[in-house]
Unconditional design. Sequence first.
Length: 96
Amino acid sequence: MSHSPSQPHQPAVRPEDVLPAGVDSTAINGRTVRKGSVAAFVSNAIRLNDLTEGTPEHTAVVAQMRELTPALRTIGLFEVFQPLSPEVERILTEVA
């Protein structure tokens, strides 16, 4: 998967171009990225709004988001999307 400017006559990338049916992960730039990583990160980011900082649930959600951050950087997610939540932005900054 390349993050270079789009090339002329290159078709749109479909989910199955990235991960064919039956494949649960892929290596991108030497990092393993699992299917569902983006959805898990987004779900956890949304959950943060309902959790109290310092609780075991909050700690677990933040830990999972930190674990997912390098893979999401690898696929370029944060090159095109910026978090609206200051707490999510802080988590991303902490995982440099």
